[in-house]
Design a protein. Structure first.
Length: 317
């Protein structure tokens, strides 16, 4: 097994007006070279916070964080910020940020913006970088002349392809995609998903694919990690998790997805995700869980192994 990224006990708390918000609690997973892992869960469960921790771009109001992030065996949380900046970010690990479609600078040509990481890292001019950007654009299905366009001249799908180009321009080993299609129309979403599948196949990229939509994750992921309220609750091969979900939350999540169970109306998950300033005791899912029992209120379930799947639920202890 060639582990590329080893996340160990990652914990992230934010300071808010209401007190300490426990956004990510004791999250561990491994990603192998060339593998695609889906990070799935309802909005607010901590997916983006994990991604920002890996990119070392967490906001300033983080008041506590701990854990290790081993990338190629080295703890990238422990290295000096400057070295992370020069050696890791964009070069080895890059990210397509959530909701970033409109974050291009409106007055600069798209090609120039995509070339920026390249110009900076190789200390080369726009003239020299242009060819490489054009090649990457055509690989991503963007007409070459798009490099001369301004952001407002591009459709959403084209802008997302350009964002992807920026993430890939330095040929990283790992790309984090945070809800990369959620702002797009369904047909454009399909095009981007097909493009991602092709990139995965042709470039041997490892990807962390973040989505609230478990069906979308099933389309591209080798493995799936399900998060609930800041915790990882189930982790396994995509086939296992999708065909035989173990955690009551994963079951609810799948039942709430219309496309997999076409003959039945989607169920709705009763209740709402908990307030992470005052998370429930014991298992964080217990207030919404259809099969909870007494101990779930007081005991935080550890990760149990069930076959090849890991699951944080006392039913499997
Ligand atoms: N800068 C911040 N300050 C305070 N709370 C935050 C901040 N960023 C995110 N949160 C909170 O942390 C939790 C996890 O957020 P996030 O990581 O964005 O989840 P997701 O990507 O799954 O929607 C949420 O409760 C969110 O409101
Ligand atoms: Mg998010």
């Amino acid at each position: 097994m060639m582990v590329l990224l080893d996340v160990r006990n990652l914990t992230i708390h934010y300071m808010t007006e209401r007190g300490v918000l426990r956004a990510v609690e004791d999250v561990s997973f491994q990603l192998e070279k060339g593998e695609t892992m889906g990070l799935v869960g309802e909005s607010g469960c901590g997916k983006t916070s994990i991604a920002l921790a890996i990119m070392r771009t967490l906001p300033d109001n983080v008041c506590f964080s701990s854990g290790e992030l081993l990338f190629d065996g080295e703890d990238i949380l422990a290295i000096p910020a400057e070295r992370y900046d020069q050696e890791i970010r964009w070069r080895k690990i890059s990210m397509v940020f959530q909701g970033a479609l409109n974050s291009f600078n409106p007055v600069l040509r798209i090609g120039f913006q995509v070339a920026e990481p390249l110009m900076q890292s190789r200390k080369i001019s726009w003239d020299k970088a242009r060819g490489e950007v054009a090649r990457l654009f055509s690989m991503l299905g963007l007409p070459e002349e798009t490099i001369w366009r301004y952001p407002h001249e591009l459709s959403g799908g084209m802008k997302q392809r350009a964002m992807l180009a920026m993430a890939l321009i330095l040929r990283p080993k790992l790309v984090i995609l945070d809800e990369p299609t959620s702002a797009l129309d369904v047909s454009v979403q399909t095009q981007i998903m097909n493009l991602l599948k092709r990139l995965k196949r042709d470039m041997g990229l490892a990807m962390i694919f973040i989505t609230h939509d478990i069906t979308l994750a099933s389309d591209i992921c080798d493995r799936i990690s399900v998060m609930y309220a800041g915790e990882l609750v189930e982790l396994g091969d995509a086939d296992d998790v999708l065909t035989n979900p173990l955690h009551p939350y994963t079951r609810k999540l799948l039942a709430a997805t219309p496309r997999l169970r076409g003959d039945r109306p989607p169920e709705y998950i009763p209740g709402s995700p908990p307030d992470l300033v005052n998370p429930p005791s014991g298992c964080r899912f217990h207030p919404r869980c259809p099969v909870m029992f007494d101990r779930c209120i007081s005991v935080r379930p550890p990760m149990f192994s069930s076959g090849r799947v890991k699951v944080r639920c006392l039913l499997y202890g």
